[in-house]
Design a protein around this ligand. Sequence first.
Ligand code: HEC
Length: 195
Amino acid sequence: MSNAELRHHTFDGIQEFDNHLPNWWLWSFYSACLFSIGYWIWFHTLGVGELPPEAYQTEQRAAAARIEAAMANNPVTEEMLLKLASEPAVVAEGEKLFKTPSLCAQCHGPDGNGMVSGLPGVGPNLTDDYWIHGSTAMDIYKTIHDGYPEKGMASWKGYGATFVQRATAYVLSLRGKNLKGKPPEENAKQSTPAK
Ligand code: HEC
């Protein structure tokens, strides 16, 4: 029972005491307020802490870096390339370089569908099921690594192993998207490899 005074109002014959809030409750409330200020400064003002989406990105990048490091010491295989293509951080890096206007996008279009500024570009549509040089991960890797310079597709190996791997990972992510775009090249063969 409380010694506090009764409040003056009555609801349906029920009265209530004018109790103080318990100290434990008040302290947990004040500490929550203080905590929220610290939290705001740490995560939002100073940006020292990583919020969950950033922490996720960091983890993704670390996973991608581990696979890329493993690839640097091993021969490139179909499995390795498919593994890379399943790492969102690697595909995102590949997308960045692919879409750089001075790199792949100038001939294959930023979407990879062979359309550059609304017109068919120099390079083929990389999202359809028709491939000139084969559609396995190793075929695509070889095309980007060695190129077919006599046909207008440069060799990109000079940009380094990581560049070629990231570009391959991105092209693999385009494979089978079938975006509306440049029609298949005459010398391309239909092939739909298992993903
Ligand atoms: C100067 C224009 C040009 C640039 C830049 C270019 N490509 Fe190509 N690419 C081509 C052409 C042309 C072909 C078709 C070659 C052929 O007919 O044999 C091709 C073919 C390809 C193919 C094989 C398509 C198939 O059907 O087998 C892939 C994969 C590819 N390019 C990826 C890339 C990537 C990735 C980049 C950027 C790192 C890039 N290309 C940059 C012009 C270009």
